[in-house]
Write a protein that binds this ligand. Structure first.
Ligand code: C5P
Length: 333
């Protein structure tokens, strides 16, 4: 199959998928912990804004490096026309959707325990597949749909045993739990839609993934700022932008920004559906690690779920064409 660029002799496609699995396992734990570690809760909208700013600067740097590699000198004019020229407006849509998703993720992770959040958030595998079929006209066929459903069921089973005794008690009653569930389900739909939309724009033009991500972060700033000023405005102006920040907040922001960049690379070299497999396997692995780190007990649903995840991954690979050519998407509406 086409291997693409290598890192230490390993195709970047696999490196990015593996690193994503590790990042993903850490993000939920750190994010959840950052919400409960201190009595003073930080404003999550400020964390979303800082994460977008971080990605913006990193991607601008990568764009500048790319332009230097192409033309032999640093050409910021070129970067500017790449970012603002042509079809840059197309990134307005995923930028808006992702900003809402990122804010909802913090809401959900504050209202639900980490395990419940992780379980429900896995439904994004199916929303992503549905959006790929609808927007990218990917045809999955029965067997690949079956493997995606098996993957979703498997990953839910893997996480079930952890939920009731998941250590951290989340304050609030049934209504805040319901609100957490509504948030996470909405985030699933936004994740599928925004991810596939980004993939369609990225693969339908020759602009680099870093140019696309500069656009994405830049266009995310106004809605992210709206969150800070309007949603958390009163609190931020009386208590301050960084009120309640701890080193765990900084860790959550950094991990989220790093994860966003990884998602971009994974979508470039693989696709959004394979991303779902990577994150599922990461969850299984992180549970296995907690067996010897935290005395986590292996239960029957865990074994069954792991079997399903492994089998689904094998089946999906088996029923995928040997080397699917990167589909050049047609123009967007
Ligand atoms: O959960 P999911 O995989 O949908 O999360 C995607 C995350 O990656 C979001 O936080 C989004 O802001 C980020 N992202 C990004 N650049 C992309 C695609 C996604 O920063 N090209």
């Amino acid at each position: 199959s086409t291997s693409g660029p290598l890192l230490f002799g390993v195709p970047l496609k696999y490196v990015s998928l593996i690193v994503l699995t590790v990042q993903n396992s850490m993000l939920v734990l750190v994010m959840h912990y950052s919400r409960i570690v201190s009595d003073v809760r930080y404003f999550t909208s400020t964390a979303v804004l800082l994460s977008e700013l971080t990605k913006l600067f990193v991607c601008l740097y990568l764009c500048a490096r790319e332009s230097k590699a192409e033309s032999g000198r640093l050409n910021m004019r070129q970067v500017y026309t790449d970012v603002f020229g042509g079809d840059s407006w197309k990134m307005l849509i995923p930028a808006g959707l992702y900003t809402i998703q990122n804010n909802l993720q913090y809401v959900a992770v504050s209202l639900l325990d980490a395990a419940t959040f992780q379980v429900t958030y896995q439904l994004k595998i199916l929303t992503t597949a549905l959006c790929s079929v609808l927007l990218l006209s990917t045809s999955l066929g029965t067997m690949r749909w079956v493997s995606l459903c098996a993957l979703t069921l498997g990953i839910i089973l893997v996480q079930l045993p952890a939920s009731p005794s998941a250590g951290t008690v989340v304050s609030g009653g049934a209504s805040s739990k319901l609100m957490g569930l509504v948030s996470v389900l909405t985030a699933c739909m936004l994740s599928g839609l925004a991810g596939v939309y980004f993939e369609k724009v990225l693969k339908g033009s020759r602009k680099s993934v870093w140019t696309r991500n500069v656009q994405l972060s830049l266009f995310s700033l106004p809605p992210a700022l709206f969150g800070v000023l309007v949603v958390d405005g009163a609190g931020v102006s009386s208590l301050g932008f960084f009120s309640g920040y701890t080193r765990w907040t900084i860790a959550a922001i950094s991990l989220q920004a790093f994860g966003g960049l990884l998602v971009a690379v994974v979508v470039k070299y693989a696709d959004n559906i394979l991303k779902g497999f990577a994150t599922s396997i990461s969850i299984v692995l992180s549970c296995l690690v907690s067996v010897w780190l935290f005395d986590f007990h292996i239960t029957k649903p865990f074994v069954l779920g792991t079997g399903l995840v492994v089998y689904a991954t094998y089946m999906y690979g088996k029923y995928s064409s040997p080397s699917p050519p990167a589909k050049a998407a047609s123009a967007l509406p």
